[in-house]
Unconditional design. Structure first.
Length: 195
C-alpha cells in the first residue's frame, strides 16, 4: 500500500533546526543510515557504507549556509525526522533526509517529503526539487519515483577517500540526480493538483 497512514501527520511539529539540535540530528541521521541500529528501518546503508554519514561540523555548516534550511520534525517533544532544503535558483535541493528507524514504514516519510516540497514552493517559489541518491539503492529510488521523482541518468562520482561521507564497502558507488517538478504557487498557496 502506498498511502500514508491517516495518523502519520498527527502530532508532528515542523521547525527549523538550531545549534541546540546539532547532536540530536547527527544521532538521528547516523541511526537511520549506519550501523546495526539502522537495520531496524529500511533506509539503511550499512551494507554499502561504514563509518559516518554526517557529523556535527557538517550539520553546523548547513545551519550557517544562506538559503538553506534543516527542517526538523518532532512528535511528542522528540526529534523523529529531518531533511535539508537548499535554494539553488529555480530549484531546491533536498538532502539529509532521515526518519527514526523504528518509525519507518508507517507513512511518516511521505508526509515529511510532501511538507518539504510545500515549504520549498512557498518559501522560494521553486518549480523543481532535486536530490542525489546512491544509484545502487534501487528500493529507495523506487520509493522516490512513487513520490513523483524521476531518474535523470546524470551521475556524479562518490567521494571515495573522503571518510566524511563514509567508508565504501564496494567500488561501484555513484550518485544519480533525481528531479521532481513541483506545482506552481498561486496566490500565496501551493497548488494541490496531483500529477
Amino acid at each position: 500500500m502506498d498511502t500514508a497512514a491517516p495518523d502519520a501527520r498527527a502530532g508532528l511539529v515542523f521547525r527549523d533546526a538550531t545549534d541546540a539540535d546539532v547532536d540530536t540530528l547527527v544521532a538521528l541521521v547516523e541511526s537511520a543510515y549506519r550501523g546495526d541500529s539502522s537495520r531496524a528501518g529500511w533506509t539503511t546503508e550499512a551494507d554499502i557504507l561504514e563509518g559516518q554519514r554526517t557529523d556535527a561540523e557538517g550539520v553546523r555548516e548547513i545551519l550557517k549556509t544562506p538559503d538553506s534550511r534543516l527542517l526538523t520534525v518532532e512528535r511528542d517533544g522528540r526529534v523523529v525526522a529531518c531533511c535539508h532544503l537548499e535554494h539553488r535558483g529555480a530549484y531546491a535541493y533536498f538532502g539529509m533526509f532521515a526518519v527514526s528507524p523504528e518509525l519507518q514504514g508507517a507513512g511518516l516519510g511521505k508526509v515529511i517529503i510532501a511538507e518539504a516540497e510545500r515549504q520549498a514552493r512557498l518559501t522560494w517559489g521553486v518549480t523543481e526539487m532535486h536530490m542525489t541518491v546512491i544509484s545502487v539503492r534501487e528500493e529507495l529510488i523506487a520509493w522516490y519515483e512513487r513520490r513523483g521523482y524521476r531518474r535523470t541518468g546524470r551521475m556524479t562520482p562518490f567521494p571515495y577517500g573522503d571518510e566524511r561521507f563514509g567508508v565504501p564497502q564496494r567500488d561501484d558507488l555513484q550518485f544519480e540526480l533525481l528531479v521532481k517538478e513541483l506545482d506552481r504557487v498561486e496566490g500565496g498557496e501551493a497548488s494541490t493538483a496531483t500529477r
